[in-house]
Ligand binder design. Structure first.
Ligand code: GLA
Length: 387
């Protein structure tokens, strides 16, 4: 990939002299869903595939962006960065540049070529990947001296304020802070985190994409967020907490009567119990008890289906087909839901059988095929030295 993108850079921008190459992965969340914006725990890891960015600085303030995945080419001035719908993916780049500038960093123009192999809109954080690869490139090339966690927060800000997607911190954190063979145990309100080894002997992570067309995800996502806030406000009558992530399971059971609406009770219950599941899952992993880990993944999915109601028939069918197979440790939806992907832990020698069987079952019940990706746990965003 490295040689190809540099060759293509040369074809598009005339020469490849002085070009540098950066990479940023996608992410998959293993457990802890819809907890990040509630200040709770998440447990994601970086994938071993992502987005490459070949870049060279310019002195005339022009920012020229192109991608090997899309025909769209964008040219803007570094001092004139505004959101423009028709700029599509390039808004993620522009957003990061704008946020950096607003923080007082002096940027310059550049030309860049992106190439990625994260499926778009599948909930594997292709947008966070573009944001981080851009942020890391600017930070390194211009010696901005921004700490990585700070850069992660700025990229989240770009997504929230420039692109207008009200996401939590998980995606940018996993993509920016990932480490090969480790998952990240992160508490989202304090940003305390620990790396936990995630190398399951004899098992592989298989991601299954529903290939469901994108629908109303963003509005439903925002609706869940406000439902959580409403539930929290009722609980605050008795509990001195800032977010649902600070409510223990016992406290919730004791005070849920304060929430007058059944739907809000279900939403909050998911968050509180899911948060607890992350703690159990990390503990199980530390004790090498991967069976329990798998079981908790399934409980997580069921709670997202019944209490949080963000799965839908495509995701439920993928999980249902996966769990028919006795060599599957666990399976659940990952990311925002409503479509997108599931993550399953599958015994290595049966990976092909899993792909064939789940594909067949899904096609028969849904009418079209899912896509399957077998992945390892990769590194976070970084520079790749060109030989
Ligand atoms: C999306 C958001 C994340 C997180 C997940 C749900 O991926 O970008 O911040 O809220 O949904 O866990």
């Amino acid at each position: 990939m490295a040689t190809k993108i540099v060759e293509e850079f040369k074809r598009i921008y005339g020469s490849s002299e002085g070009v540098r190459l950066f990479y940023s992965p996608g992410r998959v969340n293993l457990i802890g869903e819809h907890t990040d914006y509630n200040g709770g725990y998440v447990f994601p890891c970086a994938l071993d595939f992502g987005t490459f960015m070949a870049i060279r600085m310019r002195d005339d303030g022009k920012v020229r962006l192109s991608s090997l995945n899309f025909d769209l080419k964008v040219e803007v001035n570094i001092n004139d960065l505004v959101y423009d719908r028709k700029d599509d993916w390039a808004n993620y780049t522009k957003g990061v540049l704008k946020v950096l500038q607003d923080e007082g960093y002096k940027l310059k123009g550049f030309e860049a070529l992106y190439e990625g192999n994260i499926p778009n809109g599948a909930g594997l954080s292709s947008s966070a990947s573009i944001e981080l690869v851009t942020g890391v490139a600017m930070n390194e090339i211009l010696n901005l001296g921004i700490e990585r966690v700070e850069l992660v927060k700025l990229c989240q800000k770009a997504e929230n304020n420039f692109v207008g997607v009200n996401c939590g911190i998980m995606d940018q954190f996993a993509v920016g802070m990932g480490k090969a063979d480790y998952a990240i145990f992160l508490k989202c309100d304090t940003i305390d985190y620990k790396y936990v080894p995630f190398k399951l002997d004899g098992y592989k992570i298989v991601i299954s994409n529903t290939n469901k067309r994108r629908g109303l995800q963003d509005s439903k996502y925002n609706e869940r967020r406000s439902q959580c806030e409403m539930a929290l406000n009722y609980l605050k009558k008795e509990l001195n907490v800032d977010n649902l992530g600070q409510v223990t399971s016992e406290e919730f059971d004791r005070y849920k009567y304060l929430i007058p609406d059944d739907v809000l009770v279900k939403r909050a219950r998911h968050v509180v119990k899911e948060d607890e599941r992350v703690l159990y899952a990390v503990e199980a992993l530390k004790n090498n008890d991967i069976k329990t880990f798998g079981k908790l993944m399934v409980e997580s999915h069921n709670s997202l289906r019944d209490d949080y109601e963000v799965t839908g028939k495509e995701l439920d069918t993928l999980v249902d087909e996966a769990l028919k197979l006795d060599y599957v440790l666990g399976s659940r939806m990952t990311g925002a839901g409503f479509g997108g992907c599931t993550v399953s832990l599958v015994k290595e020698e049966f990976v092909q059988d899993f792909i064939d069987t789940v594909t067949k079952g899904y096609r028969e019940r849904i009418g079209y095929e899912p896509s399957m990706y077998v992945t390892g746990v990769g590194d976070g965003a970084k520079e790749i030295k060109i030989k």
